[in-house]
Design a protein around this ligand. Structure first.
Ligand code: OOG
Ligand code: MG
Length: 265
């Protein structure tokens, strides 16, 4: 992917997104001002954001696939999966209280996460290669938080905003992926003790490993590989659910146990 955006615009848009992320305020979607923004430019902004965070001492621990299920695409009005990076600063322990004062309008998603034991590279990475390179899978809750007003965006804007990445919680019971049928594996998402969404792994590109292969192939377009030991989230199985202070959320996965998290001020 070759971005044609000029250096000044790249830096300005990157700083705009960084400000909104670190100080938790909503901004208009980037394409309101830069209607010519292309996907290559958006990924260039995302990579510039990653470099800035790494310079500030954040550690890259993995990646996420986003908008990989029909439920998510329908909810957000887009038709193409994206990727985003995950750092140590976004990780939260299971059962912790996640503060909402440093988020704009958080939503939760239930996802199957992969931990890799061998490097993966594109451009022709397959789901079978992903399965062979996977050490284990574990259930995860992702807390997404679009920095765009009204949680409304287009693909170019959301990619520049690191695909709405904000917090994530892994947990439950890690299992070897090849001992499970990840497509028929069910999940129930509960908020305050009531079921709000449910689905199965196949909602994510028919098999969550397909989403990881897609992610590796996008990384290849960005001249990157997925190193061994990466934590990769394959994308929300169901629509995302808004949360506010006082809410508690549990994602109950077949075979993989459950992951819970609470939200505070
Ligand atoms: C974009 C991020 C989507 C997922 O799992 O589909 C995502 C968004 O919906 O804000 O993380
Ligand atoms: Mg997600």
């Amino acid at each position: 992917m070759r971005s044609t955006i000029d250096r000044d615009t790249l830096v300005r848009l990157c700083e705009r997104v960084e400000g909104a992320q670190t100080r938790a305020y909503a901004i208009p979607k980037l394409t309101n001002e830069y209607s010519e923004l292309a996907m290559a430019d958006s990924y260039a902004i995302q990579m510039a954001l990653l470099e800035r965070f790494l310079e500030q001492g954040h550690k890259l621990i993995g990646w996420k696939a986003g908008l990989t299920s029909k439920a998510k695409m329908k909810q957000m009005g887009v038709e193409q999966p994206t990727i985003g990076f995950l750092t140590d600063r976004m990780a939260r322990p299971e059962n912790s209280v996640i503060s909402t004062s440093d988020l704009v309008h958080p939503r939760v998603e239930c996802e199957i996460a992969f931990v890799t034991k061998a490097p993966l590279s594109g451009p022709d990475c397959t789901a079978a290669e992903v399965m062979a390179a996977t050490d284990y899978v574990m259930p995860a809750i992702e807390v997404i938080d679009s920095r765009f007003a009204g949680f409304k965006f287009d693909l170019e804007s959301v990619v520049a905003d690191n695909s709405s990445s904000a917090r994530f919680v892994g947990g439950g019971r890690p299992r070897y992926a090849n001992e499970l049928e990840l497509d028929t594996l069910g999940v129930v998402l509960e908020k305050n003790g009531e079921m709000v969404e449910m689905g199965a792994g196949a909602a994510v590109m028919e098999h969550p490993a397909e989403a990881v292969a897609m992610l590796v192939n996008i990384l290849a377009e960005l001249d990157r590989e997925l190193p061994a030991g990466s934590f990769v989230m394959s994308g929300g199985i169901t629509a995302a659910v808004a949360v506010q202070p006082g809410d508690y959320v549990t994602a109950r996965f077949q075979e993989l146990g459950s992951v819970s998290v609470k939200f505070g001020e």
